[in-house]
Design a protein around this ligand. Structure first.
Ligand code: NDP
Length: 435
């Protein structure tokens, strides 16, 4: 705690994992005696660099770039890049730490990392975003590679940014390799990668519901966010016959009691991906919709809540409302969206709480499949990738049950995911000696 005193998000993520795995480590002293956890919380490497670029007015701007290479015990570093003004070393260390466990849970050979910049793509022209991405990659290229470290997208980094980053890497290195995932399907990307996190989230929720003989049909769902994860989670909910009544962005949320159907979702996709507009415009476009400025959707009664925007967006007060309103399941599409107090409240109630490292692992799983396809110079069909994604999410659910079931037969998904993710990495670290 002293060493990372200025890193609240990182300490939050580590404390959450430590609390659930310490009893397990005590029962298995080989991990304790070899200081496996103490090694896991120290990044193998963290790179920090200057990103200078020129805006459309011809002025010089300077941002800070990062890549945290957290753990390579089971494979090359793998994890997204985030471009958002709130990015700090602490945020990226928390994300990289979570990523290590998540990647382990997928069953694929991927270590964990995360990177990004405090650059804000909002309000920037395509040319400005391109110049920024080119400058960012002009330094990052030294530290990444198809067998070394394979970044992907995250908040503020979508297909457009991945394209500019990939173009610059290819230009500098003079080679076409799978150094980034989330590429366009025409130039090395995997089918289902854009959909994977959102779809995978719903596949995971279905597994949870199955344990209670329930399904998604007619369930009322509240969603936060309106970006990549949120859009495809909503798409899958609609397909499964559930009714999604909220979506949000950083300015507030919309409540549509009629439910967001495919046509309305197409409006949101166009609004966000093409027009880069704000969610409040949805309330102007469709009748009977209310926009709540600067609020989050957790006060709306629902069966299933999916926080899909950002960290710490659901606190104890929100959790209490969800519990009082009879919510059955809270599954994280975002990374660490629920505060520790909210998680504790869920785990002491009847709500099934799915931590992001398990429920949002579908994105990185399909990124892993994109790496396999790139290595083979081959492309699987949509159906093939979707089947593999379903299997990964089911397997992760099984791991959570194996390590998270208590004496009463109830599954604590948080404990299951943390211990299940830990064991594989810890054993690999033991096998590779003190490194
Ligand atoms: P996007 O940039 O596509 O969308 C992010 C959404 O969250 C936007 O609606 C955005 O609103 C909102 N948001 C971002 N920051 C804040 C904030 N501080 N307060 C309120 N709302 C905010 O990102 P993704 O959908 O890719 O990522 C969402 C979450 O899912 C993140 O936690 C990410 O780490 C996680 N995740 C993403 C994966 C992926 O494959 N993309 C994989 C696994 C996890 P606005 O437009 O106003 O900023």
């Amino acid at each position: 705690k002293t060493r990372n005193a200025n890193e609240p998000e990182f300490l939050q993520a580590v404390t959450e994992v430590a609390e659930s795995i310490f009893p397990f480590v005590e029962q298995n002293p080989i991990y304790r005696d070899n200081k496996v956890f103490e090694r896991m919380v120290e990044p193998e490497r963290a790179i920090l660099f200057r990103v200078p670029w020129v805006n459309d007015k011809g002025e010089v701007e300077v941002n800070r770039g990062y890549r945290v290479q957290m753990n390579s015990a089971i494979g090359p570093y793998k994890g997204g890049l985030r471009f958002h003004p709130s990015v700090t070393l602490s945020v990226l260390k928390f994300l990289a730490f979570e990523q290590v466990f998540k990647n382990s849970l997928t069953g694929l050979p991927m270590g964990g990392g995360k990177g990004g910049s405090d650059f804000d793509p909002k309000g920037k022209s395509d040319n400005e975003v391109m110049r920024f991405c080119q400058s960012f990659m002009t330094e990052l290229y030294r530290h990444v590679g198809a067998d070394i470290d394979i970044p992907a997208g995250d908040i503020g980094v979508g297909k457009r940014e991945i394209g500019y980053l990939f173009g610059q890497y290819k230009r500098i290195k003079g080679e076409f390799t799978g150094v980034l995932t989330g590429k366009g399907a025409e130039w090395g990307g995997s089918h289902i990668r854009p959909e994977a996190t959102g779809y995978g989230l719903i596949y995971f929720v279905e597994e949870i519901l199955k344990t209670q003989n329930l399904n998604m049909k007619d369930k009322i769902v509240t969603v936060s966010g309106s970006g990549n994860v949120a859009q495809f989670a909503v798409e899958k909910c609609i397909e499964k016959g559930a009714k999604v009544v909220t979506m949000s962005d950083s300015e507030g949320f919309i409540h549509d009691p009629q439910g967001i159907d495919s046509e309305k979702l197409a409006f949101i996709r166009d609004l966000k991906e093409v027009k880069r507009g704000r969610i409040k415009e949805y309330a102007k476009r469709f009748p009977g919709v209310t926009f709540y400025a600067n609020e989050r959707p957790w006060k709306i009664k629902c069966d299933i809540a999916l926080p899909n925007a950002t960290q710490n967006e659901l606190n104890l007060e929100d959790a209490s409302k969800l519990i009082t309103n009879g919510c059955i399941c809270v599954a994280e599409g975002a990374n660490m969206p629920c505060t520790p107090e909210a998680v504790n409240a869920f785990n002491s109630s009847n709500i099934f709480y799915a931590p992001g490292k398990a429920s949002n692992a579908g994105g990185v799983a399909v990124s892993g499949l994109e790496m396999s396809q790139n290595s083979q110079r081959y492309s699987w069909t949509r159906e093939e990738v979707d089947q593999k994604l379903k299997k990964v999410m089911k397997d992760i659910h099984d791991i959570c049950v194996k390590f998270g079931k208590d004496e009463n037969g109830r599954v604590n998904y948080e404990r299951g995911a943390n211990i299940g993710g830990f064991v594989k990495i810890a054993d690999a670290m033991l096998a590779q000696g003190v490194v």
